[in-house]
Design a protein around this ligand. Sequence first.
Ligand code: UT7
Length: 329
Amino acid sequence: MMKSVGILGLGHYIPEKIITNQDMEKIVETSDEWITERTGIKERHIAAANQATSDMSFIAAERALADAGVNGEEIDLVIVATASPDHAFPSTACLVQNHIGAKGAAAFDLSAGCSGFVYSLGVASQMIKTGLYKKALIIGAETLSRIMNWNDRNTCVLFGDGAGAAVVGEVEEGLGVLGIDLGADGSGGSFLVQPAGGSRKPASAETVAANEHTIHMSGQDVFKFAIQIMGATSKRALKNAGMTPEDIDLLVPHQANMRIIKSASKRLKVPMEKVWVNVDKYANTSAASIPIALCEAEHAGAMKKGDTVLLVGFGAGLTWSSIVLKWSK
Ligand code: UT7
């Protein structure tokens, strides 16, 4: 019989430095009113100059391990979902593997934009279900402030830095991951892209001058995609779990934009009281947003054992991801 697999521990890390909308008004031609109305964001946290994605991952990982009561040596799989790794290679996951002392564990980064953490939970849970691994550490972590164009008001007001981690392993029968829906539509790849720095356009003085190492986004196209996909992927994951939106006790959506979150709540008919929102405090932290939100929700006592929790994300790729969990802690 297949094992039941779920989350054993959670941890997150938010860098100290806060940049408010009022601070943004001094950087680009924008206003607190515009940002609040169009996105729901009030402030974002930005990593210190000496902090990279791995540094934030280390702290989130240590907290998740402590929460799960698991030692680093027990972890046999490490996945870091990120669009802003320390390096193109080695992977940030290998840096984490070394830091936590997970000797010999498989380690790799996963590139699925803001959907990355839920993709990682899907991958890790299936690998544990089949018996290949016993305990995984999965992380969503981003230092988007390093790849932002601070002169582009269309993007720079939207993002923030942070990390969230989960230890994944066997749980009581019937609890844990019950339904998964992961997918992509690569035809929308150009809507959200870091154009230079890879093999298509290696770094050069010209790519730096043209700001091509930063996030380029067609906001309205991503918005339209998000509005449509959040409901559709959620319903598919729920169907896989033999459930309907009425069964949801807590919805933890990707925190990109309050209007997108509200539209998902409306489409799924899940009242906003059951939706975890922190986009106002942290803005869009891409792959880190769902694990940070999940960890905060748990600390606030928003779910209890046996509750049905739905995680749903969308992002660069374009990608989407949702997972239905029966809370197992
Ligand atoms: O994790 C996935 C990542 N991405 C997303 O989730 C983004 C999805 N998209 C969105 O959230 C929204 O499309 C945005 C928040 C990015 C933009 O909101 P919008 O309602 O789609 O605005 P818009 O792009 O249509 O721009 C409306 C106006 C434009 O001015 P004009 O052309 O109408 O004169 C923009 O130039 O707002 C202007 N604008 C701004 N004004 C003040 C754009 N950014 C700003 C700004 N401050 N920061």
